[in-house]
Design a protein around this ligand. Structure first.
Ligand SMILES: NC(=O)c1ccc[n+]([C@@H]2O[C@H](COP(=O)([O-])OP(=O)(O)OC[C@H]3O[C@@H](n4cnc5c(N)ncnc54)[C@H](OP(=O)(O)O)[C@@H]3O)[C@@H](O)[C@H]2O)c1
Length: 251
């Protein structure tokens, strides 16, 4: 049995990744504030164990306990691999730096950066004794490498997530059963996050019109397609520890 811990699998890209991983020999452990009924129904129909852990990732202090509960679902005798997909995220607050709301910045950095750091930390600690393949896939963004007017929180969080992944690879490379980590920018995916982006004020996000046009011209990638690419990358030899990549041109 391979175990997949996926944050933000209730909708959007995370749901697309989870859908692709639904198989009898996989056990999906999904973390988000809400559930996906679709995912639960398909998993049940295909005999794939799937659990939702309802949790708000802004509650950083409770993440170690959450991860202990998640790992309690892993049966050592049937474990043939543990995988973590750090996917949950939000785009808000979108504004110029001087207009930032402190509470919104606090929540953003907890969910987009602190949560993947603490979840990865617990994942490495709790899987230390497991002599199986272990991988972390960070869902990043082109915004990690390129500054966008109005997206300073988002760019900073994603850049931090990528660097954190590189540090994990550096620490793990001489372990007998290392945790391999890769960060991937998935392209522009047709999810609620894109709806939010199209709903922002032009003055807060000056590139908004470009995103409106991408949607209108049918250029957004369906989450199921992006999920397929990312799920197969996670399990393939193409998963390269310590690398950061962008798959936007692969669709
Ligand atoms: N869409 C794009 O074009 C695009 C491009 C590049 C990168 N990405 C990245 O892809 C990832 C998924 O984004 P998406 O487009 O699929 O967005 P989405 O449709 O808005 O889904 C976001 C997911 O994150 C979860 N989430 C958000 N806040 C949470 C919280 N406080 N606690 C727990 N879970 C939380 C949501 O679950 P609940 O609401 O149920 O809690 C949901 O499952 C993000 O990391 C995003 O930065 C997206």
């Amino acid at each position: 049995m391979k175990y997949f811990i996926i944050t933000g699998a209730s909708k959007g890209l995370g749901e697309g990744i989870a859908l692709e991983l639904i198989k009898e020999e996989h056990h999906l452990l999904c973390i988000s504030r809400t559930e996906s009924d679709q995912l639960k129904k398909i998993a049940a129909a295909k005999n794939c164990p799937l659990d939702f852990f309802l949790f708000d990732l802004a509650f950083s202090h409770d993440i170690p306990d959450l991860m202990q509960r998640v790992f309690d679902s892993i049966h050592p005798e049937e474990n043939s691999g543990v995988y973590l997909v750090n996917n949950a995220g939000l785009i808000q607050p979108v504004s110029r730096v001087e207009d930032m709301d402190a509470d919104a910045v606090d929540v953003h950095m907890r969910v987009n950066l602190l949560a993947p750091m603490l979840i990865s930390s617990a994942f490495i600690r709790l899987s230390r004794h497991m002599q199986v393949p272990k991988r972390i896939l960070n869902i990043s963004s082109g915004a990690a490498q390129n500054p966008y007017y109005g997206w300073s929180c988002y760019c900073t969080g994603k850049a931090g997530m990528e660097m954190f992944g590189l540090c994990i690879s550096e620490e793990q490379k001489n372990e007998a059963y290392p945790v391999e980590t890769m960060s991937v920018a998935p392209g522009i995916i047709d999810t609620e996050m894109q709806t939010t982006i199209r709903g922002t004020d032009d003055r807060d996000f000056i590139h908004k019109q470009k995103f409106v046009e991408l949607k209108e011209s049918g250029q957004l990638v369906p989450p199921a397609l992006a999920g397929k690419k990312l799920a197969s990358l996670l399990l393939s030899d193409g998963f390269r520890d310590g690398e950061i990549t962008d798959i936007r041109d692969s669709y």
